[in-house]
Design a binder for this molecule. Structure first.
Ligand SMILES: [Zn+2]
Length: 318
């Protein structure tokens, strides 16, 4: 018996295109595991940062590194689509350009990815995404978790120097990166899922390790599934969650320690999320922490067995 069987009444038996208002919120701790860059390299754009309040109680202003919601789901979709491609479950796109593809405006409108993460076809077919995310904010201030690394360009007084053109290089020789052991907290909200659709989305989350630009995908990330809640409404924002966890971890200290012990972040995120959800107007049921851990074990078993994966994907139909 799967952990999810206990909660089958919170999900759908079969997909329907009439919204049912059954929400599954995944509480995620994203842990950076190598020097990471979350912007498009070579584009000249800077790492996204925002001035926000440090905590819900600590009202000082800090700058946080932001990972855009698009970056997050794009990486997870790629992971899922590789799986679908391997099992022959991507179909002829509506644009007539071959198999369903994300970036060429050629969605098929029938595969699991199109039906869960949404699509819009030129011909008029469309599906709203049932995966709702928000930008994610770093737990620590940007000044704590970022640094600038200079690459092998030759230097004159600290600025990269282009010898061929005899001029200073503009940012080409250096890149700002997020340090290993930085954390980003997130709630990913799913709507009207069947248990197997949920397993598919969870598999994508747990198997995605690269969120950087497609070209080099600098930066390894480990996604820790920290909590699951079933509800009849959306819960709270990533920023609110991040600020609540910041307050709790910082306590009376002058600043939040870095690096932090992962388990401390995970258990604090669990406590903070439960506390915040008490202020949500709606019914919220959190899956106990030991059941979440059991579910992760189940998913590890499932995804290690190709025949099981095939059977699971085969049960999803539209
Ligand atoms: Zn498709």
């Amino acid at each position: 018996m799967s952990v999810l069987d206990k909660y089958s009444d919170k999900m759908l038996e079969n997909y329907t295109n009439n919204p049912q208002g059954r929400y599954v919120s995944l509480l995620l701790v994203r842990r950076i595991e190598s020097e990471a860059i979350f912007r498009t390299e070579g584009s000249g754009e800077a790492q996204n940062k925002e001035f926000v309040h440090a905590g819900l109680e600590d009202q000082s202003l800090i700058r946080r590194v932001v990972i855009s919601k698009r970056k997050q789901t794009a990486a997870e979709r790629r992971t899922g689509r590789e799986l679908l491609r391997r099992h022959g479950l991507l179909y002829e796109g509506e644009g007539g350009e071959g198999l369903c593809a994300l970036n060429t405006n050629n969605p098929c409108g029938q595969c699991i990815d199109c039906m869960i993460y949404g699509y819009a076809a030129g011909g008029g077919g469309a599906q709203k995404s049932r995966v709702i995310t928000d930008d994610a904010f770093s737990l620590h201030p940007a000044s704590t978790i970022t640094d600038v690394r200079t690459f092998n360009a030759p230097f004159e007084d600290g600025t990269p120097w282009d010898r061929e053109r005899e001029q200073r290089m503009t940012g080409l020789g250096s890149d700002e990166y997020v340090k290993p052991e930085a954390f980003f907290l997130e709630i990913e909200t799913l709507k009207d899922m069947t248990p197997d659709e949920l397993r598919y989305v969870l598999g994508n989350l747990l198997r995605t390790t690269r969120y950087g630009a497609i070209s080099s995908r600098i930066g390894k990330v480990k996604n820790l599934l920290t909590g699951i809640a079933f509800s009849n409404c959306e819960l709270f924002s990533n920023l609110e969650l991040t600020q609540a966890v910041y307050d709790r971890l910082k306590g009376d200290a002058n600043e939040l320690e870095f690096p932090l012990v992962t388990q401390a972040v995970v258990s604090t995120a669990r406590d903070a999320a439960r506390a915040l959800s008490q202020r949500v107007v709606g019914s919220v049921v959190w899956v106990p922490a030991d059941e979440v851990d059991t579910l992760v074990d189940e998913l590890i078993d499932l995804y290690s067995d190709d025949a099981e994966v095939e059977a699971m994907l085969g049960r999803v139909s539209y």
